[in-house]
Design a protein around this ligand. Structure first.
Ligand SMILES: [Zn+2]
Ligand SMILES: [Zn+2]
Ligand SMILES: [Zn+2]
Ligand SMILES: [Zn+2]
Ligand SMILES: [Zn+2]
Length: 461
């Protein structure tokens, strides 16, 4: 899964202030509109101190605050500053003829007194107002969005991204740039720091644990969010109705698997041990979640589901040995326990396809062809579940038994969409590229003709 790395680039907007008695003021020429590519404009300094009035203060006041002075250097103009000895100093040919010196806010004459020169116009200080709270902006910096000025604090409340994990504003790095990570499917955004501070991620849906959502810890160390836990399948017997669903799905495709292949739910350790006991097969990195076995082995299977104990840890799981006997090319299908029904089912549909290929005598397929076509079946099954669970045609599909849990809830459908997205966006050459090539072939020629072609040539049509 590729996580997006996003940066908000901020813009630095300053107010020019001046005194008008028949002379000119100027702005620094950088205001307002130079950052067309900016998602949102965020002012650089987010100092919370009230800087009211400083924009029109005099020089001595500035010396008290070096930082402020630097920020204001280019933007503060006072008429006849002492070091200029009253000369008419004209850095840019920029005049406000007296007849046009109308306030852009109230359209009245600016007259004599203080004014602001900003956004290509002049304003009474009390007329330059925030688009959000409608109060005057006296601060020497402000934020712009869609040609409207905002107090920096108002802007922040409206637009500054908040971290979905720690619930704080995502910190700026420099120059007003805000860097964060965003999940490409869930849109969850968070401070990059949470990738290093041990914040857990759900092993099923990949979402990060947030301040307000405690995850459970499976006894093999995996973390599961409460939503995924709600739909999770925890032991071998709980998995059998799902197995029947998948078998019927294959039957519906005219690909019935006649042999009785044991399906076992296992812990991560048991899965990894079984994987080492297999001579062949490719494995889905970073984590293998299912296996189609061909060897005789003894596998520890989960006999009774665990319960949630102290500290949100799952405890009291009962496992027992299961001896695999080789009656055909496939001795068992193993699936990692604790995953939601739709994910467990899509892994099972994938492993069933390995079993089908082996039992039908498809030999020595290239990994991208074999894994690709297996992922197509997983994806197809997810599709059928999402459609049949949406309620509209659940009753009319006679071949599909109603799901044990009834119509899909919105959140389960969303999870199903995510698992599809995961298959579609997989970057590995075998599972990702393989899936996309297989899916194109099935779209174009249908599943049957694609399989026939693979059987003859070992490649996709
Ligand atoms: Zn005005
Ligand atoms: Zn405001
Ligand atoms: Zn955070
Ligand atoms: Zn989850
Ligand atoms: Zn596979």
């Amino acid at each position: 899964m590729v996580w997006l790395n996003k940066i908000f680039k901020g813009s630095n907007l300053k107010i020019s202030a001046g005194q008008s008695h028949g002379s000119h003021a100027d702005d620094d020429g950088r205001q307002g509109y130079e950052d067309e590519d900016v998602d949102h404009a965020i002012a650089v300094s987010l100092s919370e101190e009230d800087q009211r009035g400083k924009a029109v203060d005099n020089k001595s006041h500035l010396e008290e605050d070096e930082q402020l002075a630097r920020a204001m250097q280019e933007s503060l103009f006072t008429e006849s500053p002492p070091h200029r000895n009253g000369q008419v100093y004209q850095p840019y040919p920029f005049f406000f003829p007296s007849f046009s010196r109308r306030c852009a806010g109230c359209n009245k004459e600016v007259g004599h007194g203080r004014y602001l020169s900003v956004m290509g116009a002049v304003w009474h200080p009390e007329c330059f107002r925030c688009h959000e709270c409608n109060k005057p902006i006296y601060d020497h910096e402000f934020s712009m969005y869609e040609n409207h000025p905002y107090h920096k604090s108002c802007y922040r409340k409206l637009f500054h991204p908040k971290c979905d994990v720690c619930k704080q504003f995502i910190p700026e790095i420099r120059d007003g740039r805000i860097e964060y990570r965003a999940h490409p499917f869930w849109g969850q955004k968070y401070c990059p720091l949470h990738e290093r501070d041990g914040t857990p991620r759900c092993c099923s849906c990949e979402r990060m644990e947030s301040m307000d959502a405690k995850y459970v810890t499976l006894d093999d160390g995996r973390k599961l969010c409460l939503e995924c836990l709600n739909f999770s399948i925890m032991d071998t017997s709980e998995c059998q109705p799902l197995y029947l669903d998948i078998q019927e799905f294959y039957e519906g495709l005219n690909m019935k698997v006649e042999q009785q292949i044991p399906l076992l739910l296992v812990e991560r350790l048991a899965l990894n041990e079984a994987m080492e006991g297999e001579k062949n097969g490719h494995h889905h990195l970073p984590e293998t979640r299912g296996l189609c076995l061909s060897e005789e082995q003894i596998v520890r299977t989960i006999l009774r589901r665990p319960i949630i104990g102290p500290g949100n840890r799952l405890i009291d799981m009962i496992t027992g040995p299961y001896r695999l006997v080789r009656r055909c090319e496939v001795t068992a299908i193993l699936i990692l326990y604790g995953l939601p029904r739709l994910l467990t089912g899509s892994i099972l549909a994938h492993e069933m396809m390995h079993a089908w290929l082996r039992l039908k005598g498809y030999r020595n397929l290239d990994p991208d062809v074999e894994e690709g076509i297996c992922q197509v079946l997983a994806h197809m099954w997810l599709d059928s579940e999402i459609i049949s669970g949406s309620g509209s045609n659940a009753a009319s599909t006679s071949s599909t038994r109603p799901s044990k849990k009834g119509a899909r809830t919105q959140s389960e459908r969303k999870l199903g969409e995510f698992f599809k997205h995961q298959i579609e966006s997989d970057v590995s050459p075998e599972y990702g590229d393989g899936f996309r090539a297989a899916n194109r072939a099935v779209d174009q020629y249908g599943l049957r003709r694609t399989l026939d072609h693979i059987s003859l040539t070992g490649r996709f049509p």
